[in-house]
Design a protein around this ligand. Structure first.
Ligand code: HEC
Length: 118
């Protein structure tokens, strides 16, 4: 085998290893979780409920994938702070909103479910 062939083989091997490393890095550099939804957004409790909660709890709070909220949250959570904690921290299949809603937005949407959903 000539020297030139050996050099070409070596270059091919290096190129193959570099390609493999590039592909691996491409995948391992994927962000681990989706970027948080920007905190700026609708600020009224109703707008937040419609965009962030209604898909699971129903437009009228009557439930769906998530439990009924309308008419039950006030007796279930006499202290609104306890209800806000569920929304902020999540529970079971209920997602956490602490990363995507400000505390003021959580307060607003919780107030909406307590006073406007019947
Ligand atoms: C992906 C679906 C989903 C979304 C979106 C969602 N929820 Fe939930 N939610 C659930 C599920 C499921 C539960 C029941 C959790 C459990 O297992 O205890 C729940 C529980 C709750 C509870 C506690 C109810 C109870 O009876 O104790 C409250 C309050 C609540 N959600 C409010 C909200 C609010 C406010 C939003 C919007 C900011 C929201 N949820 C968005 C699915 C969702």
């Amino acid at each position: 085998m000539g020297t030139l062939v050996r050099v070409v083989r070596a270059v091919q091997l290096v190129a193959a290893v570099a390609t493999a490393a590039f592909v691996i890095l491409l995948f391992t550099n994927e962000p681990q979780k989706p970027a948080a939804v920007p905190k700026a957004g609708p600020d009224t409790g109703q707008a937040i409920f419609v965009t962030r909660c209604a898909s699971c709890h129903g437009a009228d709070g009557g439930g769906g994938f998530g439990p009924t909220l309308a008419g039950v949250v006030v007796s279930r959570y006499p202290n609104p702070a306890d209800q806000e904690a569920v929304v902020a921290n999540g529970r079971g299949s209920m997602p956490s909103f602490a990363g995507s809603l400000t505390p003021a937005q959580i307060t607003a949407v919780v107030a909406y479910t307590r006073t406007n959903l019947g």
